[in-house]
Ligand binder design. Structure first.
Ligand code: CA
Length: 424
């Protein structure tokens, strides 16, 4: 089935401001409510949210594999049960309804008034009930920087890194939506090698610039998903800030890896941009040497050109851009991550979330964490209000944005923004 919704020539009868992340070629999915509306599934075009429940009730979503319950829901999980075929048909239908070539909906102002709601007047909600959360460690530049800082610059990558898309199982319960504030975590910190650990608020609070993909239902337990099949099991992507407490992490991570340094919060953006909408932005990935094992080999382009930016808004309300990176720098692609995740027979379910790992680029201004940007605190970053940052301070807001752009079409993710309040 072709992805008609991606046609770059399409224009919408809904106004889309110049530079918007949400042209008619995007049509992401999310969940929202408003003062007058119960939680429901929506899409987005320009500055308007599309109420899919009302669209269904008015009869515009007939002859699709969905029921009212799929849209009259506080999560996308039921909708995702229809798999890629279902959501592709739904996105194609939305594309038709809102295209300037199609008059039916546009001509009925009474319906338009019910279906389109200004984005400024809705409250976005967590789009999915996340079952399981896995985080990878797939940026070669990030792994090299961390290895250089904490181990040996000459052997920065651990021996398994070029063979395995390294990952760990995270915690789903503390994944939060953009806009929700967090408190600085507390925990065990070892101030120096010759001191005993103390219990204190984290002093080295960091973000990790990541993206995450959300899966459809996978195969049964015991079966595997190949790299060729992987994209059929990926619904879409969000921006992902995987908050990290570096001082807690340093003391606790041996021998089983990250625990409380990572599970106090991870923030996602509200709109899930479908993998279908990102299809035009596929690019070649980096050369993988040594040659990977056969189950990790892939054909075609599996990397995506997605520009990423991180900014800090300080208490003075001034914003400073501190990082520009790109998702295409990832060494291991999503197809390889999902193939690796399931190669032992581990099953994935609709609503599982897989983090990419910190996305660092090749240059110092493209590093995806404060740890790397300030090089362990040795190179403080100047803020536009005159202050400096080595790590994230109380009342700072970390904002991540991302978009793909080609031939005048921009497919964006909006932003993931989280303010850090003092420790409780
Ligand atoms: Ca991470």
């Amino acid at each position: 089935m072709s992805i008609e919704a991606n046609n770059p020539l399409l224009k919408s009868w809904v106004e889309v401001p110049v530079g918007s992340d949400f042209p008619i070629q995007n049509l992401p999915f999310g969940v929202f409510n408003s003062r007058n509306l119960t939680p429901r599934v929506g899409s987005r075009i320009g500055d308007m949210v599309i109420d899919l429940k009302t669209l269904y009730v008015l009869g515009y979503l007939e002859n699709l594999p969905f029921t009212l319950d799929d849209f009259d829901s506080d999560s996308l999980n039921d909708l995702m049960k229809q798999g890629k075929d279902g959501t592709r048909k739904l996105r194609n239908r939305l594309s038709k309804l809102f295209s300037s070539n199609f008059e039916d909906l546009k001509a009925n102002q009474h319906h338009v008034d019910q279906v389109l709601i200004p984005a400024s007047s809705v409250e976005m909600m967590m789009p999915v009930r996340i079952g399981d959360y896995t985080d990878f460690y797939s940026s070669r530049e990030h792994a090299t920087n961390v290895g250089t800082m904490f181990r040996d610059p000459n052997n920065a990558l651990l021996p398994n890194w070029l063979w395995i898309p390294v990952g760990y199982h995270g915690r789903a319960s503390s994944i939060i939506l953009s806009g929700q504030e967090i408190h600085r975590p507390k925990g065990q910190i070892k101030p120096s090698d010759d001191e005993d650990p103390i219990f204190a608020p984290c002093r080295l609070l960091d973000f990790e610039l990541e993206m995450a993909f959300i899966t459809y239902d996978g195969k049964n337990l015991g079966e595997s998903i190949s790299t060729d099949e992987a994209e059929d099991y990926i619904f879409g992507m969000v921006l992902f800030n995987d908050w990290s407490a570096r001082d807690i992490q340093k003391w606790e991570y041996v021998p089983l890896g990250p625990f409380l340094a990572k599970n106090f919060a991870s923030s996602i953006s509200a709109w899930i941009v479908t993998l279908d909408a990102l299809e035009p932005y596929k690019v070649e990935g980096p050369t993988q040497e040594p040659e990977v094992l056969s189950y990790l080999k892939y054909s075609g382009q599996k990397s995506y050109d997605i520009n990423l930016e991180v900014a800090i808004r300080t208490e003075s309300d001034q914003e400073t851009s501190i990082c520009n990176s790109n998702f295409k720098y990832m060494y291991w692609n999503m197809a390889q991550q999902l193939a690796h995740h399931t190669v032992n027979g581990c099953n994935v379910r609709a609503g599982d979330l897989m983090g990419s790992g910190t996305i660092s680029g090749p240059t110092p201004d493209s590093y995806g964490s404060m740890l790397e940007l300030s090089w362990k605190g040795t190179k403080p970053l100047p803020m536009s209000d005159g202050s400096e940052r080595k790590f994230i301070q109380d009342n700072d807001t970390v904002i991540m944005r991302g978009y793909s752009q080609k031939n005048g079409i921009r497919i964006g993710f909006g932003e993931v923004s989280t303010k850090v309040l003092p420790a409780k």
